[in-house]
Design a protein around this ligand. Structure first.
Ligand SMILES: [Zn+2]
Length: 499
């Protein structure tokens, strides 16, 4: 069915232009999983009609006229509709369906009233056709098709693009070279776009490459953006994207890091970046390569789930927090635990999040858990030592500078308060979106956190050993909820660091 619809797009568009020249009513937009295409509408006796030829082009039906009987048969596979001129009852596979006005034969073409589409055509297509008159839409099948109305407000130092979304639907904003892509969690969007005011932040606002997206083509004044989501109000939600100019602050290029630090190098860690805030985030998708992690009964692999969540989180952080994000791995490779925290140290991360999925012998166990490092007595002593370990080292180019020499084993110990706060924000944010385990926040001796020279936490996003959770964890919807919760936690954590 869907393939039939796709084929006809080009032809139909030409027809639409030809008919619009004679000041006819606006076309309907046919929304299906494949996208949108126009279906021309004409006025006959003050009623809206569509031509059967156009229906055939868009839906892949065929029509055969019986001049003698004054009838027309529209067929798709083995199903057919029989029309008789000037009779407002049509037969659909022997079942009689009434129309508000009869089919009309004019200029050698047959026309049917708009209600023919949901009442008769839907029966031969064997799918729902939802006719929405005001927005001029025909929605094919059971699609999540929210109404998205865009507005553009141009200020002197910004341009704000606001999308009113009904019913409230999540959206993700992704920055690509020269454009921002807004993707709604829907099959298609029923989109209304305004014309653009004169300005140089936004050069274009148009439907995206997929039926559920919108593309903002950015202009020469655009440098960065901020996304704000307003909670639903009477079932509607609002997403505002602020397009902003470059600030005077210089941007630094991402540091390139050798793939794995040799063991000796990992004994000495550079001092933390001087400024506070949250500018760099390292996300560690647990396991990878030969190391599969835990595995669900249906074969879901921890290493794949963690990577997928990490990528979703990266997109969210980049678009909503404006921080740099690095993944310890962005593919299926094996990394040691120490290599993961070394990666975060080398990138001078302000926060390190390690992502995992859990497993338990007891299949009933489920829910997300958050961990930060345990302080053992030995750790506490090492932590004290770490504090008064400043050493003067010769610097490159002569002179000397003070540097903290920190043993690998004690790096995380210096950040325990901050890590505890981070874990707390993560636990709160997750609890708002996904099921939590009875032990939602825990301290443990986790090797991957030991050498991290910044606030760090490990998140077990759910139990793959629980059948219900295995199914959940594999879905984009659940992964997005986790990513969104982690973003919310990072926003809270940034506030915490700044105050
Ligand atoms: Zn794991």
């Amino acid at each position: 069915m869907t393939r039939v619809l796709l084929r006809a797009a080009g032809v139909c568009f030409v027809l639409a232009i030809a008919l619009m020249a004679t000041a006819q009513p606006a076309s309907l937009t046919v929304l299906s999983r494949d996208g949108r295409k126009p279906l021309p509408v004409i006025a006959v006796n003050n009623q809206e009609y569509v031509a059967v030829d156009d229906i055939n082009t868009v839906f892949g039906t065929t029509a055969r006229e019986d001049r003698l009987a004054g009838g027309l048969t529209i067929t798709l596979r083995s199903r057919s509709i029989v029309l008789t001129a000037d009779q407002n009852v049509v037969s659909v596979g022997g079942r009689l369906v009434s129309l508000p006005s009869p089919p009309v034969r004019r200029d050698g073409r047959w026309h049917v009233p708009l209600d023919f589409l949901p009442r008769a055509l839907a029966l031969v297509l064997d799918t729902r056709l939802d006719l929405r008159r005001a927005p001029r839409l025909l929605i094919v099948g059971d699609l999540r098709a929210p109404r998205v109305v865009a507005r553009v407000d141009a200020g002197t130092t910004n341009v704000a693009v606001t999308f009113e979304v009904t019913p409230n639907t999540q959206a993700q904003v992704t920055a690509q070279p020269g454009r921002l892509v807004v993707q709604f969690e829907a099959d298609v969007i029923d989109l209304a776009l305004p014309s653009l005011p004169p300005q140089t932040f936004l050069l274009g606002l148009a439907p995206g490459d997929t039926a559920n997206s919108v593309v903002l083509t950015t202009g020469p004044r655009y440098a960065t953006h901020r996304v704000a989501t307003t909670p639903a109000d009477a079932g509607s939600g609002r997403v505002t994207i602020d397009l902003l100019p470059a600030t005077t602050a210089e941007t630094t290029a991402p540091t390139v890091t050798p793939p794995a630090a040799p063991p000796e190098a990992r004994l000495v860690i550079p001092p933390p970046a001087p400024a506070s805030g949250l500018r760099t985030v390292v996300i560690d998708p647990g396991h990878g390569g030969d190391e599969l992690g835990t595995q669900g009964a249906k074969g879901t692999l921890e290493k794949e789930i963690t990577l997928s969540v990490a990528r979703r989180l990266r997109t969210l952080i980049e678009s909503r927090l404006g921080a740099k994000v690095f993944l310890t791995r962005d593919d299926d490779r094996t990394l040691s635990l120490d290599e993961r925290s070394a990666f975060a140290n080398n990138h001078q991360a302000d926060v390190f999040l390690s992502l995992h999925a859990n497993s338990a012998v007891r299949p009933a166990l489920k829910g997300a858990e958050v961990y930060f490092l345990t302080v053992e007595r030995a750790d506490a002593e090492a932590r004290k030592r770490a504090g008064d370990n400043a050493t003067t080292l010769p610097a490159l180019g002569g002179g000397s500078r003070e540097i903290d020499l920190i043993l690998w084993e004690t790096a995380q110990a210096r950040y325990l308060e901050q890590s505890a706060a981070l874990a707390g924000f993560v636990e709160q944010a997750l609890a708002g979106r996904v099921e939590m385990s009875p032990r939602a926040i825990q301290q443990a001796s986790l090797r991957v956190l030991v050498g991290a020279n910044m606030p760090a936490a490990l998140v077990e996003i759910g139990y793959l050993s629980n059948a219900e959770q295995e199914a959940q964890l594999a879905t984009g919807a659940y992964q997005d909820q986790v990513a969104q919760a982690l973003l919310d936690a990072l926003i809270k954590f940034r506030e915490f660091l700044e105050h």
